[in-house]
Design a binder for this molecule. Structure first.
Ligand SMILES: Nc1ncnc2c1ncn2[C@@H]1O[C@H](COP(=O)(O)OP(=O)(O)OP(=O)(O)O)[C@@H](O)[C@H]1O
Ligand SMILES: O=P(O)(O)OC[C@H]1O[C@H](OP(=O)(O)OP(=O)(O)O)[C@H](O)[C@@H]1O
Ligand SMILES: [Mg+2]
Length: 281
């Protein structure tokens, strides 16, 4: 039985469970359930705090876990990334009161509040800056106005929380994070682990691509295929009208509208874009 850790709360919990559901795994119905058995797939899921997940996986108690890259690094646990999952994207940054042009060197001798003390200490050491690191559990952005810190290092998503507290981020991001699937560093390749990884990879990939279908005059096919080369090569099917063909190709989701414009420009008709739920390449 494969044992897999999944975030039980916070920013990663919902998307992680959705992705596992999309990959065909049974997920919990009750928010409070701490375990779910999926006997058909021979997997047991453990719903844990995302911060604790690297500890369980690093100790070898659990085979795989979903957590944030930033949390995995801060934990210092011996885990390695198997797959980046494409959700929970954030940066981890220094921030301080607006109105001054802050640089990391300005942190010398200052009090710096954070929930990720190891990540911060490592970065300060790399930059040769000595600062007092104050460890807080959350709501770090308020610590400056409450007088316990001069600057912070915290997760930035949309940037809204920083703006609300009149703080500005500065310096290069300490970490560019997203949700990741981790295993114990150096652990063996195992069939059950590879199967779960491949299924998640299929969902991650499907979310990055869309399927395009369109009709195209046979004389313009080469131009259209150059716009939508597909992964291997697009599928081209005959239509009842011998002068026309139907084309089907996967395209990167981010470029889909631009590609549809280009196809329309070369003379394609009935251009349809649809979501892909999962795929195996
Ligand atoms: N606003 C956000 N946008 C994107 N990712 C975020 C955001 N907030 C947190 N994350 C990511 O989610 C992970 C952990 O955050 P989460 O809020 O789930 O845990 P936590 O803050 O430790 O728990 P708690 O909320 O109970 O204190 C990190 O990897 C972080 O990068
Ligand atoms: O840039 P934004 O989109 O505003 O998001 C960033 C905020 O989100 C997270 O907080 P969370 O909700 O996890 O609360 P916490 O501080 O208690 O962990 C993070 O710690 C920041 O405070
Ligand atoms: Mg949080």
């Amino acid at each position: 039985m494969l044992r897999v850790a999944v975030p039980n709360k916070g920013a990663l919990a919902g998307p992680a469970s959705e992705m596992l559901g999309e990959a065909g795994y049974r997920q919990r119905h009750e928010q409070r359930d701490l375990t779910v058995l999926d006997p058909n797939n021979e997997v047991e899921f453990f719903f844990l705090r995302p911060k604790d997940i690297p500890i369980y996986v690093g100790s070898g108690e659990l085979d795989l876990g979903i957590t944030g890259r930033d949390l995995a690094l801060d934990s210092g646990a011996p885990v390695e990334e198997v797959l980046a999952l494409g959700f929970g994207g954030s940066t981890f940054r220094y921030a301080a009161p607006a109105g001054q042009d802050w640089k990391p060197a300005d942190l010398q001798g200052k009090r710096l509040a954070t929930s990720y003390p190891n990540l911060v200490r490592d970065d300060l050491a790399r930059q040769g800056v000595e600062a007092e690191v104050i460890r807080l559990d959350g709501a770090v952005e308020i610590s400056i106005q409450l007088g316990v810190a001069d600057a912070i290092a915290d997760v930035v998503g949309s940037g809204r929380t920083l703006r609300q507290h009149n703080l500005v981020a500065f310096g290069d991001p300490i970490c560019v994070s997203e949700a990741v699937l981790v295993q114990r560093a150096g652990s063996d390749a195992q069939k059950a682990k590879s199967q779960l990884t491949a299924r998640l990879q299929g969902v991650v990939f499907a979310q990055q691509y869309m399927m395009l279908d369109y009709d195209c005059p046979r004389t313009l096919l080469d131009k259209a295929v150059a716009i939508t080369p597909g992964l291997e090569s697009p599928t081209v099917a005959r239509l009842a009208d011998p002068d026309w063909v139907a084309v089907r190709a996967m395209v990167p989701r981010k470029k889909v509208n631009q590609i549809m414009d280009e196809l329309a420009e070369v003379g394609a008709k009935a251009v349809l874009a649809s979501d892909i739920r999962s795929c195996r390449l």
